[in-house]
Write a protein that binds this ligand. Structure first.
Ligand code: SF4
Ligand code: SF4
Length: 365
């Protein structure tokens, strides 16, 4: 396993991290022994970053992790999160996480799921989330305060340049990287550690392996390898959080972390060109369509719409609500001026897709 420096924290983190949100169910619930074995195996193979959160896996994830930690022989770091905006509520959640995982401190504590700059500001107010995290850090309950976000590259740049965080976790993958690349570069330049989540495009890449075959290079056995290697090979990215559901997946993912090839700007451009040429119907997240006069976040709607093209219409609605935090009905604000379509690098029929998204509400009922 290759290890990389997590920003300026002095910590060396495994290139593949454990994403604790995809544990397998046995019947209606989770067999904690069986799930913990998956975590322990990852640690045996060199993974030292374990990411969990309240609520993951019907709130079982932190408990499964805790169970696994008791048997882990190699050193490891724990990441968990709180999305509470109110300081006292964040403190409550932090204390619950510490108690559940039987830990004295959280190594990487996330101000969780920042959706926009307004949302960021709401976490930074007096008596708010960040202030409570800072106090907990002074008390030794948190080692490093970091954030996770679904913001655009520009918004991420603003957040990191305000200098409050030591690291961040962002959704970044071979299908959407132009959307956040600027933020990634800004964070790296500022000396933050960077974990990336969602490297498999929410499962789309393995589900549609034939479609995404074009992302493979000669070193990759399959599209999952290709997608993980793409993230892990970035200098900027410290660790790639892969959600692992079985010991076989742990073994496969850890092999990627053993063998990385540096991705320089030329290689990235080559992949970007392949992506743009091959995904003729899909949005690539390049964001050339921005600056809509009605302030519609077109790229977010079009990235969500990708799920519909790939056969998962319900995921469009889930993605709008849970990933982006934007409203389906706001597509109705479109005045059909055509500015976005004129700029779209993929020549997508944005106006008609927005209309379709608006209609999905009726379809899903
Ligand atoms: S066509 Fe609609 S979404 Fe596109 S720029 Fe004009 S108002 Fe915005
Ligand atoms: S809609 Fe077109 S221009 Fe906008 S992000 Fe997607 S591909 Fe790029």
């Amino acid at each position: 396993m290759i290890y990389k420096k997590y920003g300026k924290t002095g910590k060396e983190i495994s290139a593949i991290g454990f994403g604790g949100m995809r544990f397998p169910k046995t019947g209606d619930t989770y067999d904690h022994d069986k799930c913990a074995d998956i975590v322990v195996r990852a640690n045996e193979l060199g993974v030292n970053y374990f990411d969990t959160a309240p609520g993951y896996n019907d709130d079982h994830s932190e408990l499964i992790m805790s169970h696994a930690f008791k048997s882990m022989k190699k050193p490891f770091y724990v990441s968990t999160k709180s999305s509470r905006k109110d300081g006292s509520k964040l403190r409550e959640q932090l204390e619950t996480s510490l108690k559940r995982m039987n830990l004295e401190k959280i190594n990487f504590f996330h101000i969780w799921c920042i959706l926009s700059l307004d949302d960021y500001r709401s976490r930074m107010v007096k008596g708010g989330a960040y202030e409570a995290a800072l106090k907990a850090k002074e008390e030794g309950l948190i080692e490093h305060i970091v954030f996770s976000t679904h913001c655009t590259g520009d918004e991420i740049e603003t957040i990191v340049n305000e200098g409050c965080f030591e690291g961040m976790t962002v959704g970044y993958n071979i299908l959407n990287f132009p959307f956040r690349q600027k933020g990634l570069e800004a964070a790296y330049k500022k000396g933050l550690g960077i974990a990336t989540m969602n490297p498999l495009g929410g499962g789309l890449i393995p589900q549609k392996a034939d479609y995404f075959n074009f992302i493979k290079s000669e070193d990759d056995k399959n599209v999952v390898d290709a997608a993980l290697r793409f993230n892990a090979s970035h200098d900027e990215i410290t660790t790639v959080l892969a959600g692992m559901s079985s010991i076989d997946e742990v073994i496969q993912n850890c092999k990627v972390g053993d063998n990385l090839v540096k991705l320089d700007q030329n290689k990235l451009k080559e992949i970007e060109a392949r992506l743009f040429n091959s995904m003729d119907k899909l949005c690539t997240g390049c964001r050339y369509c921005e600056y809509c006069p009605k302030e519609i976040p077109v790229s977010k709607y079009m990235l969500s719409y990708n799920n519909h093209i790939l056969g998962n219409t319900q995921d469009v609605l889930d993605n709008l609500k849970n990933h982006w935090g934007i409203k389906q009905e706001d597509v109705k604000d479109c005045i059909e001026c055509g500015l976005c379509e004129g700029k779209c690098t993929q020549h997508l029929p944005i106006i008609s897709r927005l209309k379709e998204i608006g209609a999905f509400e009726e379809i899903s009922k």
